[in-house]
Design a protein around this ligand. Structure first.
Ligand SMILES: [Zn+2]
Length: 228
């Protein structure tokens, strides 16, 4: 048994060791190692911990201890159908949910353009959204600025955010995030990466007990899924 576990662990390390987040994994590697080996959950340490402490995680303002967060490595499909290494930081309580959802999306060829930690954008949510980057943990206020975001707890994820904007009507006009995504507020139009009620992405998150920001009554947040 111990020998089998060691072998499984070694193959996982070998499979992942060759590739960094953002890399395309060529088909032959997927065949040799098995795509499941590219899906892992681990505690936050080393390089990722250091990166987060400089960007998305500030000790003095933290609402959760870093020990309660997890680092996920997954595969996602880009629009050309390539298998790309993605990464997420989330609450330990939803790590399995996200792993299962990402695996199901990958198996179905559901396109997600990018999935890098928000730390590569200096913790700047707007920059990450504008780059259509899918991300989860980020210590920040909600987009409306009214409260601490569920992202600060690692309990919310934004999928393909450029094409699935945040929208809220205000007395002085409307707020749309990221800037320049107004075009994608027309949810009847056809465009890539659009999340809509009943599609695979929506169904998977719902099945795992998440709420969708596209169903909020006050404003909409089409990119956003959260769990309580
Ligand atoms: Zn969000």
């Amino acid at each position: 048994m111990a020998c089998f576990l060691y072998l499984t662990w070694t193959v996982t390390v070998m499979a992942q060791g060759r590739f960094r987040p953002g890399d395309i994994v060529p088909e032959p590697y997927l065949k040799v190692y098995g795509y499941e080996k590219f899906f892992t959950i681990s505690k936050i340490n080393g390089e990722v911990r250091a990166l987060m402490l400089q960007n998305s995680y500030k000790d003095e303002a933290a609402v959760v201890p870093m020990e309660s967060l997890r680092y996920l490595r997954v595969l996602h499909c880009d629009e050309d159908g390539n298998a790309v290494v993605g990464e997420l930081v989330c609450a330990a309580s939803i790590a399995r949910d996200l792993e299962e959802i990402m695996k199901a999306l990958f198996e179905a060829g559901y396109p997600i353009e990018k999935m890098r930690l928000v730390d590569y954008y200096g913790g700047d949510d707007e920059a990450s959204m504008r780059d259509n980057n899918t991300s989860c943990f980020n210590q920040r206020l909600s987009t409306s600025g009214a409260k601490v975001s569920r992202h600060s707890y690692g309990l919310a994820i934004d999928i393909n955010p450029l094409y699935n904007p945040y929208y809220k009507a205000k007395a002085f006009g409307k707020i749309v995030r990221p800037a320049g995504s107004d075009l994608y507020l027309n949810r009847k139009a056809h465009f890539p990466y659009k999340i809509q009620k009943g599609d695979l992405c929506y169904r998977l998150f719902k099945e795992h007990g998440f709420r969708w920001g596209g169903e909020w009554l006050s404003g909409k947040d089409y990119q956003h899924f959260e769990k309580h």
